[in-house]
Design a protein around this ligand. Sequence first.
Ligand code: PLP
Length: 388
Amino acid sequence: MGRIYLDYAATTPTHPEVVKTMLPYFTEAFGNPSSIHSYGQEAKGAVGEARVKVANLIGARNEEIVFTSGGTEADNFAIKGVAFANESKGNHIITSSIEHHAVIETCKFLERRGFRVTYLPVDRYGLVDPDDVKEALTDKTILISIMHANNEMGTIEPIAEMDGIARETGVYFHTDAVQTVGHIPVDVNKLGVDLLSMSAHKLYGPKGVGALYIRKGTKLTSFMHGGEQERRRRASTENVPAIVGFGRAAELAQQEMSEEAERLTCLRDQLIKGLLEQIDHSHLNGHPVTRLPNNVNISVDFVEGESMILNLDLEGVCASTGSACSSSSLEPSHMLLAMGLSHEQAHGSLRFSLGKWTTEKDIERVLDVLPSIIAKLRAMSPLLKSQG
Ligand code: PLP
């Protein structure tokens, strides 16, 4: 029995085509893009080509793309960069309560340094209300940071609507688009954003590389000081093979996205329908329609997410739970709690994220094994006994 990988939102395998494109940049074309000899110029050219491909994927200009070490760095750069560059204008930031830790922890860091942060609530589908954004604005607001789609329950936020509000008031708008770029159409001009974070390993590129889109004219401070790479916005020798891989992944995503999104939406809906039909006391988390094509997140009453994951793993199915493991305790997902789920429901959540190599057979396998796993766990469950 082969293993079935259904955790593409955590990371994707690097596409074999991407690996093939990267390989020469480790050995033959290994130059430093800052060197003026031919090796250097070859590497510089490759980084430039990758920049064009990433820019094309999101409708940006080449010079608006800064390569980073991933989505986390892009989020840190956007938020700290705007905060420190615009301190004289104000110290207030608006974000949501369902952001990735890369945004939440950066905001908390800034709070410890005198900034004020509003964490907006979400409705039961995980949607931020644009009216709440409007109401939270003050004359000290310098940045709004709301994610494009949530990594746990897949809800896609109405970014373009919120950005209109930012534009009217001259406040910068950042979106963490790590889960959407390469999966659904992302156009920085249609969204209207000033800053947008991306990560290659979520779209079949390598790990440890990402990018921040910075709209021309956006005032932000760099926090990597050193050489003059990335037009002095991010010092350090470019990770050439990874950047080249990111470019190739972006190119492939652009070619395959619409067909793949349609295929995954069918598989996603088949899995959601099957799970809700076959498992009593199960609930879909996130928006039923406005959600990522590859995301299925359900809560199952009276069972622990971790137990389901471990039992699924024994059956060769790799998924994830909404609960993030912290070193000493199992904390329920802050995103699911923010949507109004109880601690028990958040603990009993499961996320399946589908991808390029997911087949209908994989979905059938999950539907075949999960109901009996749940029945077995419920039979032993103190949570169920305490109900009855
Ligand atoms: N933002 C979101 C929404 C994510 O899902 C992730 C990764 O899980 C990140 C940021 C962090 O990206 P990276 O792993 O490239 O640092």
